[in-house]
Write a protein that binds this ligand. Structure first.
Ligand SMILES: NC(=O)c1ccc[n+]([C@@H]2O[C@H](COP(=O)([O-])OP(=O)(O)OC[C@H]3O[C@@H](n4cnc5c(N)ncnc54)[C@H](OP(=O)(O)O)[C@@H]3O)[C@@H](O)[C@H]2O)c1
Length: 292
């Protein structure tokens, strides 16, 4: 965080990053650490959380403005207890950076079809896999948001969700992932309308937001072998998580509802998606069709 007004926005706040162990989560924590009073690293894996804490303490970014107390929270499946802890701790902000993709199995050589007769995306996964995806990407996020919005409204805080461009450009072979992200975008817009009607536009500006993120060099990208698909365009389309984290935190500080990343993101959201659907579908199909 370099800009004064951004630092001023985060100064003295207490923030939770859920999914701190992922590529985006870690990048966010690096930017936030040293610019807030308290930062909670939340996730399901205590070892990864400990490693991250140690790394933040040993290699803080140079431009810190305050001492940050670090806490580790292991999150089990109970989102209501998690939300309760956030309320009790009088936190001011919450960022969801968890997520599961559904792309991987298309790119590995030794595919073992679970259900060979159905559409390709579902062929290599079990319904338990999809239930987990929908639980983590959608149900848990919605539950947390609804539990925490009244709390953050009172504190003039924020609840932010890491979303994806796949919600406006549904991605072939990632239908359920795209669907979960589209549902989150609609959820954010609808809940904001309700909140604005009830409490006034100014009172709830920036309370609930979502970011639209494109390709980002994290586990999700490399682990699902997407880098094999996009190798040629990597420099152009795939961003470092640190850059995304900076844009995202800036968008939150500007109290934006839909945060697009950089000028390319803004143009994509406002103009590119208005191109004829068949052009976009053709491009996406070519890009995502597995190269074995
Ligand atoms: N990478 C991209 O190209 C891209 C593009 C657009 C949007 N996004 C979005 O950005 C966000 C962050 O993704 P990323 O790229 O940082 O991915 P990542 O490195 O794979 O991190 C995913 C995070 O989600 C957590 N997670 C996975 N399954 C979970 C489960 N069952 N329960 C609880 N936590 C779980 C992981 O925890 P563990 O560390 O314990 O596994 C990790 O903290 C996601 O919402 C993703 O959809 C990513």
């Amino acid at each position: 965080m370099k800009k004064k007004w951004e630092r001023a926005f985060y100064f003295g706040r207490k923030i939770v990053v859920y999914g701190a162990t992922g590529g985006l989560g870690e990048a966010l924590c690096r930017e936030i650490y040293g610019n807030v009073t308290k930062l909670v690293l939340a996730g399901r894996n205590i070892e990864k959380l400990r490693t991250l804490k140690q790394s933040l303490e040993e290699n803080p970014v140079d431009d810190r403005t305050q001492n940050t107390e670090l806490e580790l929270w292991v999150v089990d499946t109970s989102m209501d207890k998690f939300a309760h802890r956030v309320r009790q701790g009088q936190f001011d902000g919450f960022i969801v950076a968890t997520g599961i993709t559904s792309y991987r199995e298309f790119c590995v050589e030794d595919q073992r079809a679970v259900s060979p007769d159905i559409v390709p995306e579902v062929r290599y996964k079990t319904w338990q896999d999809y239930e987990e995806l929908l639980q983590v990407n959608l149900a848990d996020v919605v539950r947390l948001a609804l539990e925490l919005l009244p709390h953050f409204r009172q504190r003039q805080g924020f609840f932010h969700i890491a979303g994806s461009y796949s919600c406006i450009f549904p991605v072939p072979y990632q239908a359920l992932y795209s669907a979960s992200k589209a549902a989150l975008l609609t959820f954010v817009q609808a809940v904001n309308r309700e909140q604005e009607a009830e409490f006034g536009v100014d009172k709830v500006r920036g309370l609930l937001s979502i970011s639209l993120i494109g390709g980002m060099a994290t586990n999700m990208y490399y682990g699902s072998d997407l880098h094999k698909q996009f190798a040629t365009f990597e420099g152009l389309f795939i961003a470092a998580p640190q850059k995304i984290a900076i844009s995202l935190l800036r968008g939150i500080a500007r109290r934006q509802q839909i945060i697009t990343v950089k000028a390319a993101g803004f143009l994509t959201y406002h103009f590119v998606r208005r191109l004829p659907a068949k052009w976009i579908s053709y491009g996406l199909l070519r890009a995502y069709q597995p190269k074995h």
